[in-house]
Design a protein around this ligand. Structure first.
Ligand code: 13P
Length: 292
């Protein structure tokens, strides 16, 4: 069931659990992530970056793939399809294709510009019942072993952004995309606490969810984080499992080079990582009305 997840996110804030955003890369990952959530009866947010949308063929292909899988696999747990870190134009394109949420990333713009563009996207998205996430401060990134620590968000700027009517807030609290460096100081809980006071019950997202200790993830969720984004851990796990398959020369056995066999260990790893995250995030099961 493709939905906006607004009610579920509010419930997550109230009951102190989180919903995972798992970045998808292809058909197999999408299917695996959906199947685990169906089995666990938990809601899920599928995240797609601009680059991945292009890689998969475009926003319409991504939307049709997700909608098709939901129908063919009879997925009846709530699913949100979100554009992850989109530009202004990408948000419009994703909404045109039917995405149920978009994350507009104006974090590197001056705050006034970020507010203006976020506000525009909120108006457009809400007209079609889609949700919007915006970012304040900057979530860091590790690229080619170079660490950019990002920028810690200010509660004042968080308030400016939430006045646009945005549904989810991503605030830089020392979190980083990619593999955390050894000298990383951890999440800034003092900042999270100040932001939480400023934003009240608005659901907050924690990006860079791979590699943060379970203890810090649980603490962040109990302090107001209702959505945790995970990508790098899936990528590493997937590739490592397939490398083992090849190193064991299983691809050289009869039918071993069939991509359905080759990708299988990677898919199993994705499923087991996602299942562990659902448990770590305490994602609440969905109660379906009883059919008499
Ligand atoms: P990681 O790749 O660090 O898990 O971060 C994912 C993310 O935040 C996507 O927006």
């Amino acid at each position: 069931m493709l939905t906006d997840m607004k009610g579920i996110l509010s419930n997550a804030v109230k009951k102190k659990y989180a919903i995972g955003l798992f970045n998808i890369m292809n058909l197999e990952w999408t299917k695996a992530i959906l199947e685990v959530h169906q089995e666990k009866n938990t809601p899920v947010i599928l995240g797609v970056s601009e680059k991945t949308a292009k890689y998969m063929g475009g926003y319409n292909t991504v939307f049709s793939t997700v909608a098709g899988l939901i129908k063919d696999l009879s997925i009846n747990t709530p699913v949100t399809l979100m554009l992850d870190h989109g530009s202004y134009e990408a948000c419009q394109n994703a909404l045109d294709a039917g995405f149920t949420s978009v994350m507009f990333d104006g974090s590197e713009l001056p705050i006034e510009e970020n507010v203006r563009l976020t506000s525009d996207i909120v108006k457009r998205a809400h007209k079609q019942g889609a949700l919007v996430e915006a970012e304040v401060g900057i979530v860091g990134i590790v690229k080619d072993s170079i660490v950019n620590y990002g920028k810690i968000a200010s509660p004042k700027e968080c308030i400016q952004i939430i006045e646009t009517g945005v549904d989810i807030l991503s605030a830089g609290i020392g979190n980083i995309h990619g593999i955390y460096p050894d000298d990383w100081n951890g999440l800034s809980f003092d900042v999270l606490s100040d932001i939480k006071k400023a934003v009240g019950h608005l659901p907050m997202a924690l990006h860079g969810g791979s590699g943060i200790s379970d203890k810090e993830i649980k603490k962040a969720i109990s302090w107001g984080i209702a959505k945790v984004n995970v990508s790098t851990e899936l990528q590493i796990g997937f590739t490592k499992s397939i490398r083992k398959y090849i190193e064991e020369k299983k691809d050289l056995t009869e039918k071993g080079s069939d991509p359905r066999h080759l990708l299988k260990p990677g898919i199993s790893t994705i499923k087991s990582i996602v299942a562990k995250k659902i448990q770590l995030f305490g994602t609440q099961q969905i109660s379906h009305p009883k059919i008499c």
